[in-house]
Ligand binder design. Structure first.
Ligand SMILES: NC(=O)c1ccc[n+]([C@@H]2O[C@H](COP(=O)([O-])OP(=O)(O)OC[C@H]3O[C@@H](n4cnc5c(N)ncnc54)[C@H](O)[C@@H]3O)[C@@H](O)[C@H]2O)c1
Length: 297
């Protein structure tokens, strides 16, 4: 099912609040701005927020160069206006809140509770969680019918397909609003069930963990692991290159969410992943993870 196919017929003037100005928050802001939607971007970290404009500007250029329509930002129609704030209570009038803060259940619960207090009931609340069930996050908001999951892929301004997760208490108007928003963003939704990790991360995070374990055990180097996946299986990126794009801190957080909710030891973050995170080797965003990069991105 595509967002376009199921979108509401009436165009809606969307204005987004994006919570979290990290890898995904700035990416989602880039996607929205490239499609002419105004965005208010929120973060608790002043330094992160100060860099956000430059990051978004750089990503808009990249989206224009690499976007599928060639020459327009991720198939965008224009550039919306970007505002930034550290005050979650000052979101203004928004059609949707997209939560994309750190993958820690207690952090997300606090942010979602504060955000839902800052907007009228009936405003679409989206979580970009990688692995936490929407039913669980719904415990923190006064209007659970407004909440659903949209798992954007990284980078969101280049990848057109998202997982859409409907919780047990998600209402039909929220699903319709999300499909309308995704249509305005030129994204297609695949609807998946509300289980830890949904589909992509239930499978991908285990694969990343196993790939890291292969390196940890000395079975193969990181280069060799990824060469097998790209060369033999035709994957565009190997699991360890993918982990570096995601951010190894986020990989460990997502594995922990999966382990805690399933009890499946395959999700226990391996020692090498934990060591890299402790050493600040988080992947592309710090310039080094399993591989080295020219500069932090
Ligand atoms: N990195 C990926 O490839 C990827 C892909 C899809 C989904 N996600 C999910 O997106 C979310 C964000 O991940 P990320 O990779 O952008 O992480 P990140 O670490 O790059 O950014 C998270 C941001 O959230 C901010 N934050 C923390 N607490 C906050 C609060 N109380 N209020 C406002 N901001 C707060 C942090 O300061 C940080 O800037 C996570 O849920 C993650 O699982 C990540």
């Amino acid at each position: 099912m595509t967002a376009q196919a199921a979108a509401a017929p009436r165009p809606v003037a969307h204005r987004l609040a994006v919570l979290g100005a990290g890898v995904m928050g700035t990416g989602i802001a880039t996607l929205a701005l490239g499609h002419g939607l105004p965005v208010v971007l929120v973060d608790v970290d002043r330094a992160v927020l100060a860099q956000a404009r430059d990051r978004v500007a750089g990503q808009l250029k990249l989206a224009t160069m690499l976007g599928p329509s060639g020459g327009r930002a991720g198939t965008g129609v224009g550039t919306g206006e970007l505002a930034t704030t550290m005050d979650l209570r000052r979101l203004g009038r928004v059609s949707a809140v997209v939560e994309s803060v750190t993958e820690r259940p207690e952090v997300k619960a606090g942010v979602l509770a504060a955000a839902s207090a800052a907007v009228p009931g009936g405003t679409l609340l989206v979580s970009n969680t990688s692995a936490i069930p929407i039913d669980e996050l719904a415990e923190s908001v006064p209007h659970p019918a407004d909440l659903l999951g949209v798992h954007f892929m990284n980078p969101p301004y280049l990848i057109r397909t998202v997982e859409l997760v409907r919780g047990r208490r998600t209402g039909d108007p929220a699903v319709a609003a999300a499909l309308s928003l995704l249509s305005a963003l030129g994204r297609e939704a695949v609807i998946v069930g509300d289980r830890p990790g949904f589909v992509v991360n239930r499978i991908l995070q285990r694969m990343v963990n196993e790939a890291a374990r292969v390196v940890e055990e000395g079975v193969a180097t990181a280069d060799a692991v990824d060469a097998v996946f790209t060369g033999c299986l035709g994957h565009r990126t190997g699991p360890l290159g993918t982990a570096d794009i995601i951010g190894l801190d986020n990989v460990v957080d997502s594995l922990t969410v999966l382990l805690d909710r399933t009890g499946d030891e395959g999700y226990r973050p391996c020692a090498l992943l934990l060591e890299k995170v402790a050493a600040g080797e988080l992947g592309r965003k710090t310039g080094r993870g399993f591989f080295e990069y020219g500069g932090a991105r």
